[in-house]
Design a protein around this ligand. Structure first.
Ligand SMILES: Cc1cc2nc3c(=O)[nH]c(=O)nc-3n(C[C@H](O)[C@H](O)[C@H](O)COP(=O)(O)OP(=O)(O)OC[C@H]3O[C@@H](n4cnc5c(N)ncnc54)[C@H](O)[C@@H]3O)c2cc1C
Length: 378
């Protein structure tokens, strides 16, 4: 897969136009104030960007995975927070409902998620279970027609404003990952409380609070998939999610790259623009080449998914490469800006802080290496 279709190019140009007009102007302010750009949600919904992975029959825009990655990249090019806001909602909440939900789940949840009336989140990580997600301790005890949830989740993207949560809990005595089930939990369920968001290094506008479950009773019909299928659902969800985060990383890198190009052509030292210096040109060459390599890995993983071919390893490769690439590119962008790049007055400082998270969430770089390495050693 070596090029975008005309339709995918059109999606890129319209999302770019939207991002530059509506997303970029808020990026520095929401970062400074650590606040989610809630005013952007209805605008994203109007463009159909909250229902990208949702079939049209439930109100979605049902785009292919490559188009989805183009959207996340373009949003993240202007604002990584807005990129992950759409990514977590789409990949981590709407996708598992579409693929593992019952008809009743789809009719009840998807139209509101597509229209932005409700945002969605994904609760897997716990204080004692991060990379080792299978060690999660939240419990779901069956009681008649209900499950009763007890436990805690941490670092839940979109938790502060979401209404629909995919929550993973241990519901059977089966050992390890086999005892884990997935549930859909509504925000207003009694006993379900949401804590204060973390103050973070980057993507500061993204809300990342803990979730607390204290005898939270949900109807047994809110079980997503089969009992004991939760870990499988989480891993399948993260395959798509990782491609989305890789796309976010490409967008962050692209934004920093463009800022560096502009700066290098304007800033004069030794009587000529920085861009005339070979040292700067080499940095630009390395940045451009690694961004293109990352983008191709993203498209490869997304294209495999679109063609129904297993894409877990390709997604892990894309996320591993793009996460580290974005941090390196943003670092070079600061270097090209010199002292100015180290200040909040220039957007590369934010890009550098934002890039780091793409090496951590939805599986750290070490976990991606583990997944990729093992796949060759079977
Ligand atoms: C901003 C943010 C948003 C997030 N959003 C969500 C969300 O929406 N939903 C959700 O469920 N979670 C979310 N997370 C959690 C995130 O996915 C985890 O932080 C991540 O998976 C790492 O887990 P951990 O933080 O517990 O680190 P740990 O697992 O404690 O890892 C610490 C270090 O040890 C390394 N390590 C661990 N195990 C191994 C191993 N076997 N081999 C080699 N190295 C290893 C890790 O790579 C890392 O470098 C979010 C986190 C952040 C910071």
């Amino acid at each position: 897969m070596f090029g975008l279709t005309d339709e995918q190019e059109l999606i890129r140009s319209s999302v770019r136009e939207f991002s530059e007009a509506e997303v970029a102007p808020l990026a520095a302010e929401i970062d400074r104030d650590h606040r989610p750009p809630l005013e952007t949600i209805p605008k994203l919904a109007e463009l159909g960007l909250l229902g990208i992975l949702i079939p049209e029959q439930y109100g979605g825009t049902e785009m292919d995975s490559v188009s989805y990655c183009v959207v996340i990249e373009e949003l993240s090019r202007c604002c990584a927070t807005t990129g992950v806001m759409v990514e977590a909602h789409s990949s981590l909440c709407t996708w598992p409902i579409v693929h593992f939900g019952t008809e009743e789940h789809k009719q009840r949840y998807l139209p509101d998620l597509a229209s932005g009336v409700k945002m969605g989140a994904f609760g897997l990580t716990e204080p004692g279970a991060g990379s080792d997600a299978g060690a999660l301790a939240t419990t779901a005890r069956r009681d008649g027609d209900e499950f009763v949830l007890n436990g805690q989740k941490v670092f839940i993207t979109g938790g502060g404003y979401s209404e629909v949560f995919i929550v993973f809990a241990r519901s059977t005595e089966a050992p390890g990952t086999k005892g884990i089930s997935a549930f859909i939990v509504d925000r207003d369920t009694p006993g379900f409380t949401i804590g204060e968001g973390e103050r973070k290094l980057g993507i500061r506008g993204s809300s990342t609070p803990p979730l607390m479950f204290s005898d939270v009773r949900i109807p047994a019909t809110n079980l997503l998939g089969r009992e004991g299928q939760g870990f499988e659902i989480a891993m399948a969800t993260l395959d798509g999610g990782r491609t989305g985060i890789a796309a976010q990383a490409v967008g962050i890198a692209q934004g920093a790259f463009e800022a560096a190009i502009d700066y290098a052509q304007q800033r004069v030292q030794f009587g000529k623009p920085l861009a005339a210096l070979q040292a700067i040109q080499w940095m630009i060459a390395d940045m451009a080449t690694s961004i293109d390599a990352g983008r191709l890995l993203v498209y490869q993983a997304a294209d495999l998914e679109d063609r129904g071919i297993p894409h877990g390893i390709a997604a892990a490769q894309a996320k591993l490469f793009c996460g580290e690439m974005a941090s390196a590119v943003a670092g070079k962008a600061i270097q090209i800006h010199g002292g100015n790049g180290y200040t909040e007055a220039y957007p590369v400082e934010r890009a550098y802080r934002d890039a780091k998270i793409t090496e951590i969430y939805e599986g750290t770089s070490e976990i991606q290496r583990l997944v990729i390495g093992r796949s060759f050693l079977r």
